[in-house]
Design a protein around this ligand. Structure first.
Ligand SMILES: Cc1cc2nc3c(=O)[nH]c(=O)nc-3n(C[C@H](O)[C@H](O)[C@H](O)COP(=O)(O)O)c2cc1C
Length: 234
């Protein structure tokens, strides 16, 4: 009887030691969580006045594919992103219209020559700030994904407009898809007109490899890139 108890005790202790050892192995083998890149850049307040009238901006708007090799300022970046999707009302309404005010668009800026460290940043319209999501100059990779259109790697910064369709299709069904595309057009035209007023040039690109752009920008699965807009001084 005593012998049985001793054997059981030894067995229990062995299982305990083995269990602790395995637990330790599991903890040790667990990969380190990726270092979050959380550099946040507060954008300067946008300017609400300029010497360019809406009519002049419309008259001068042209697709521009050649830029000076001059860095963009944070004030210029702030103004372009605000023009595209800035919040202009305490109710959350923005510079561009949105079906049902559901705001399916997301904005990224790929920076390679500006007042801020190179990287890919996501724009938060409510806080009017940028969060770095990818480190380093990714313009060459984005250029490859954009079927090697050289203005993508030559521009100091490149804006990428994407959409989360389900924000709109949940309410409007299939018809929501066209609403999302219309909204990308509104945001892009705002960027075009704002660029004229800042003496900058830009062009909308619709020709690119969707999956390639998603990979470079580190987009979520449910998000689709719609427009790429290189921007630079003219
Ligand atoms: C939906 C759409 C997709 C476009 N895609 C490209 C493109 O991939 N590459 C490019 O260089 N221009 C692109 N463009 C720009 C057009 O070539 C340009 O708007 C056209 O030549 C008229 O010139 P403008 O914009 O100066 O008036 C695109 C324009 C639109 C509206």
């Amino acid at each position: 009887m005593k012998k049985n108890i001793v054997i059981m005790l030894i067995a229990l202790i062995s299982v305990g030691i083995w269990g602790s050892f395995m637990l330790l192995r599991l903890i040790e083998d667990k990969p380190e969580p990726e270092e979050p890149i959380n550099e946040i850049i507060k954008l300067p307040e946008p300017e609400y006045h300029s010497h360019t009238s809406v009519e002049e901006a419309l008259l001068k708007r042209r697709s521009v594919r050649e830029y000076k090799d001059v860095p963009l300022t944070l004030a210029e970046i702030s103004q372009l992103l605000w023009a595209a999707q800035g919040v202009t009302d305490p109710g959350g309404f923005r510079t561009a219209p949105s079906a049902g005010a559901l705001y399916p668009l997301e904005l990224y800026i790929v920076i390679g020559n500006a007042d801020v460290p190179d990287g890919i940043y996501k724009y938060d319209p409510h806080k009017h700030e940028l969060t770095m999501i990818v480190e380093g100059d990714k313009r060459t990779e984005l250029c490859s994904a954009a079927l090697d259109q050289p203005w993508v790697k030559e521009a100091p910064v490149v804006i990428v407009i994407s959409a989360v369709y389900e924000r709109t299709t949940t309410r409007y069904g299939e018809r929501g898809i066209r609403y999302v595309h219309m909204e990308a057009g509104h945001a892009a035209q705002n960027i075009y007109l704002q660029a004229v007023s800042l003496n900058l040039g830009t062009v909308v690109l619709g020709a690119f490899d969707d999956e390639g752009v998603k990979r470079v920008v580190n987009m979520k699965d449910k998000e689709q890139p719609l427009y790429i807009m290189p921007v630079g001084k003219v």
